[in-house]
Design a protein around this ligand. Structure first.
Ligand code: MN
Length: 735
């Protein structure tokens, strides 16, 4: 830096300091000013060699924090001085706590000590450690509530000046702010700061969303002001007639809360009707405060119809944060619901300044214990109860404040915020799309959980991935966030297209076997026959075997009602046509081939037309698959002698007696869709019947018994092999 630059910087520092004194919410005495001056000088000296990431002199930071403390929060000179000194002991070895105590006395030293302790809590990995830190931080409330308040101011300024930081750090700090500092600010009644912390957090965790909403707010500003003006004009005369002194203002919703609405209600920006509230702030002495509030309520509802479900009387019973006001929602112009907040100047000040204003107005009723005191006392009791689980405590503390949001930890201990009701699958997609796609299972706090598990704040979630996993339609039942769901849908669509392309080739081949060539006309016929909307769906159903050979054959039969298909249909329906003619068919209703008695697709040879019960054999024809001939068919001898290797033993069986029951024990990881896949494998792939499935899931591991009806051991073995291929299944054994 050049001499001139240093000169300029010193001037800027002095200017910032003067401004600090000027903007103080409280009137500062000469002693106050002296104290602040001294703190300022120590801070300048202590930080003289330090610079912030942005390059500016470090001392601008404590000055800025002191400004927030003095102006926005409105704390006393002691707090302003402590704010100026908040980083001194931590950052500068030449100043110890003892030094601070000697220069500034007991109180300031204690506050600075508290602040230093909070800073030195290492915000590392572990879930309970973070929660524990939060608890420790709240413990400082025991000493002096000002510690927490200055800490919040410190955090606010850090959030305001985070641009020079690495993106991953920005996200970490922003998440932590949402988790801890914003609720704290809210709880202490610092609503404006809470809102600013939330908006800034969103700015860094979801920059695009933030900018998008910001721009839309900007774009709708004029229209809003117009609306508010119209609204005020309606009320003006009646309010003036009553001789009231008041001010009507629009209060825009924060970007964060608009975003919450968008997520929660799945609507667009334009569909949010309460982008702003209307605030009526009135003058009143303490005695008439409540009466005038209700008088204004009466006037407003004379002109605008109130929504009876949305009346909040926080004048008669203030919120536990000390908040007082009347909130009503009325039907405004253009058929829009508008929230109207009615508060006195005193109530307004408390809402804006929180703690500080609270105590300012409390003077004179010293004996009255108000809700904030009660809260701090109760908090102390809870904090002193060492048995209390830190995470439970944090949750309890946050109460319903962020009921729409939960906070979970990654395996590395980073915080992630998710909407309430989110599952491990949502979490996986929030980490990375590819992680989501490869999700095989999940552990919460080191225990396997199903993907449908509802995450709770404080959960530490790790995702088990596998290269072999692909999203299935079931996943849509388990993902709750819009982004995860749309990613799953995209993947399913891709997959569907792929399967359909394969299905089309399968269809072409299968139809060829049925002597039908795949043409647009045939595709049309098929969609009509199977009552399917599009050809894509048709190909997809063939690709997934939802349309199988049998069905295609009945399609073929419907086109050309040949003798072969006629017979075939009769065999398919043993209880039908042939039943009363020939009781053999009751016993012999199925044809099986080979020593393993497999069920295969076949055609009845037209040369001899065997019927159920006949002695038959199968012959593998070159163009037309497996044909079934009578043993005494005129062609039989020639076929059997010349092409013995193409002959397959065949016999009619009574399917009701030949099938037997097998029990299989399966175990594995409780996986999304596992059950569905098991039943798919059993029913569609192998044509075996499933009698029952009994699955027991315990802490992510399931064991179960499948009872299936099969033809023979070959089928059982094949079934076992297939089941073992299902994701998540570890063991399959015959009982
Ligand atoms: Mn700081």
């Amino acid at each position: 830096m050049t001499e001139a630059e240093i000169q300029q910087e010193n001037e800027d520092i002095a200017k910032a300091y003067k401004e600090l004194l000027k903007i103080s919410y409280r009137t500062l005495s000469d002693d106050d000013k002296k104290l602040i001056r001294k703190a300022f000088e120590v801070a300048v000296d202590a930080h003289k060699t330090q610079r912030r990431k942005s390059g500016e002199a470090y001392v601008f930071h404590p000055i800025a924090v002191a400004k927030i403390v003095a102006h926005e929060i409105g704390l006393d000179a002691t707090s302003i001085a402590a704010a100026l000194l908040h980083d001194v002991v931590e950052d500068c070895p030449e100043y110890t706590l003892d030094d601070i105590q000697q220069i500034f006395g007991e109180t300031i030293a204690r506050i600075v000590d508290g602040l230093t302790k909070i800073s030195s809590l290492k915000q590392e990995g572990n879930v309970s450690l973070q929660a524990e830190n939060f608890r420790k931080m709240l413990l400082t409330l025991n000493d002096d509530v000002r510690v927490i308040i200055i800490k919040i101011a410190d955090r606010l300024h850090n959030m305001q000046t985070m641009d020079a930081m690495r993106p991953d750090k920005q996200i970490k700090i922003a998440s932590e702010t949402l988790y801890i500092y914003a609720p704290l600010a809210h709880r202490i009644g610092l609503y404006n700061i809470k809102t600013e912390l939330e908006d800034l957090s969103l700015k860094y965790t979801e920059p695009e969303t933030y900018r998008d909403i910001q721009q839309q707010i900007e774009g709708s500003k004029e229209e809003q002001q117009e609306y508010i003006n119209q609204f005020s004009n309606v009320l003006k005369k009646s309010l003036d007639d009553e001789g009231l002194h008041y001010e009507i203002k629009g209060r825009p919703k924060s970007i964060y809360s608009i975003n919450q609405k968008l997520i929660k209600q799945g609507i667009t920006f334009d569909q949010i009707y309460d982008k702003f509230a209307i605030r009526i702030i009135y003058k009143s002495d303490l005695k008439n405060e409540k009466f005038i509030g209700w008088k204004i309520y009466s006037i407003v509802t004379d002109h605008f119809r109130p929504n009876p479900k949305r009346l909040r009387d926080w004048i008669s019973s203030p919120k536990s944060t000390g908040y007082e006001a009347l909130h009503i929602t009325v039907m405004g112009n253009k058929g829009r619901w508008v929230e109207v907040q009615i508060r006195s100047e005193r109530m307004h000040e408390i809402a804006e300044k929180g703690y500080a204003a609270h105590y300012k107005y409390k003077q004179g009723k010293e004996n009255e214990e108000d809700s904030l005191d009660i809260w701090i006392n109760r908090l102390q009791e809870t904090l002193e109860n060492h048995d209390a689980n830190a995470i439970d405590f944090v949750e309890q503390f946050k109460l319903n404040l962020y009921s729409q949001e939960i906070y979970v930890f990654t395996p590395k201990g980073d915080l992630k915020s998710l909407p309430k009701g989110a599952t491990p699958l949502d979490f996986a997609f929030s980490i990375h799309t590819q992680v989501g796609y490869k999700t095989r299972g999940a552990k919460v706090n080191d225990k396997l959980v199903p993907l449908s598990y509802e995450l709770k704040s404080g959960d530490q979630v790790s995702i088990i991935t596998s290269e072999n996993v692909k999203p299935t339609a079931n996943w849509l039942d388990y993902a709750t966030t819009a982004s995860a769901r749309s990613k799953i849908k995209t993947s399913l669509k891709e997959e569907k297209k792929q399967i359909a392309a394969e299905g089309k080739e399968v269809l072409r081949r299968k139809l060829k076997q049925l002597k039908i060539s795949l043409s647009d006309k045939v595709i049309n016929e098929l969609t009509v026959f199977f009552k399917i909307k599009t050809s894509l769906d048709l190909f997809y159903k063939v690709g997934t075997s939802k349309i199988d050979n049998k069905m295609l054959k009945s399609f073929a039969a419907s086109r050309s009602n040949t003798f072969v298909s006629y017979i075939k249909n009769k065999i398919r329906k043993p209880s039908g046509l042939l039943n009363d003619k020939d009781d053999i068919t009751i016993k012999y209703d199925k044809l099986v081939f080979g020593n393993e008695e497999e069920k295969l697709n076949y055609k009845i040879a037209p040369c001899c037309n065997p019927i159920p019960g006949d002695n038959v054999f199968g012959f593998l024809s070159i163009n037309d698959g497996l044909k079934v001939h009578k043993v005494n068919c005129p062609n039989a001898i020639s076929l059997q002698s010349n092409y013995a290797y193409r002959v397959k033993k065949a016999k009619w069986i009574d399917s009701t007696q030949q099938e037997y029951v097998v029990k299989l024990r399966v175990s594995g990881i409780d996986e999304v869709g596992a059950l569905n896949e098991i039943s798919n494998v059993i029913s569609s792939h192998l044509n075996v019947n499933m009698k029952s499935i009994n699955l027991d899931s315990n802490e992510g591991i399931f064991t179960g018994t499948l009872t299936v009806v099969v033809k023979n051991t070959a089928v059982v073995n094949k079934l076992v092999r297939k089941l073992k291929q299902i994701n998540g299944i570890e063991k399959v054994t015959r009982v």
